[in-house]
Design a protein around this ligand. Structure first.
Ligand SMILES: C[S@@+](CC[C@H](N)C(=O)[O-])C[C@H]1O[C@@H](n2cnc3c(N)ncnc32)[C@H](O)[C@@H]1O
Length: 278
């Protein structure tokens, strides 16, 4: 594993940094979200799943642990793919056989048409400028009647511009301060070529955390064995940078919620249903 100097720590980008500290980057809602995705898409050992923006591997591995499906994770960050592969190497053989990670972009997904029963994206679409191109690609690689799962952070109220700017600077991506409906529109707008039906939807609010909880979380990271190998100077630089990220994200969480949405690649439009539940 690459060893960083103080200067490099101050310069590396967000994805390289979380790969360095081996953060378990999760989709919004973590394991609870992944359970709901599996329960509502009926995937099993015969299914193939694509995790777009698989980061350090959490979602792909958890999907594999609870579903037995074959999972492929892609991410544009080579550092994240390396960290995901290192984590995969520590898992049981059965999981190692079912999961693979590779560098790849949502804009040009390195798989044939109609390959997957489920395409999962947990927060990654926020990182993309060409959202419609990515969503067209998600649909292209989905089998007919396959599911697209998009779990997405959104703003519950309009956040101060300073908060949006701070998050954008931290992660190196210009964040759109979109509300729930803006995100729903992005996915539903893609109906023109083939039908993408909203199949399941739930939303939840998020919260910022108190200073003592954050302090404990910081200590947990700094106690990781692989970070103990660094000199005091480098450890201080890592701590300072991680605290900067956490403070920015914590402020942002005052204004955030997330939704879990499942869309289905239907093959024809469904007739309207008149008598629906109250
Ligand atoms: C918030 S993280 C996703 C977390 C992840 N879903 C999980 O459960 O751990 C966003 C990820 O999207 C990746 N990403 C950004 N643009 C991408 C693209 N065009 N194609 C694939 N991945 C991309 C980033 O490198 C980053 O790892």
């Amino acid at each position: 594993m690459k060893k960083y100097t103080v200067e490099e720590i101050t310069k590396i980008n967000y994805t390289d940094f979380i790969s360095l500290i081996k953060e378990t980057n999760r989709c919004p809602g973590g394991k609870d979200t992944i359970r709901k995705i599996v329960q509502n898409t009926f995937i099993d050992e015969n299914s193939r799943v694509l995790d777009v923006g698989s980061n350090t591997g959490f979602t792909s591995l958890e999907l594999s642990h609870i579903s037995k499906a074959k999972i492929s994770g892609i991410d544009v960050s080579e550092a994240c793919v390396n960290t995901a592969n290192a984590l995969l190497a520590t898992d049981i053989e059965e999981v190692r056989k079912r999961v693979d990670f590779q560098v790849g972009s949502a804009y040009e997904i390195p798989f044939e048409n109609d390959t997957f029963d489920l395409v999962v994206t947990g927060g990654a679409t926020s990182f993309m400028d060409k959202k419609q191109q990515a969503i067209s690609e998600y649909k292209r690689v989905l089998k007919p009647w396959g599911f697209l799962s998009a779990t997405q952070l959104f703003y519950t109220t309009k956040p101060p511009q300073a908060v949006v700017d701070a998050v954008s600077n931290a992660i190196g991506v210009t964040i759109n301060p979109w509300l729930e409906q803006d995100w729903k529109n992005v996915f539903l707008e893609t109906q023109e070529s083939g039908v993408l039906e909203l199949y399941y939807y739930e939303k939840n609010e998020l919260q910022s955390r108190p200073a003592d909880v954050i302090e404990e979380y910081m200590e947990y990271f700094m106690a990781k064995d692989h970070l103990k190998e660094y000199s005091e100077d480098v450890r201080n630089a890592i701590r300072k940078k991680w605290k900067m990220y956490i403070d920015v994200f914590n402020e942002n969480h005052k204004y955030l919620g997330y939704f879990i949405s499942l869309f289905r690649k239907t093959q024809y439009p469904e007739e309207p249903e008149l008598f629906i539940r109250k």
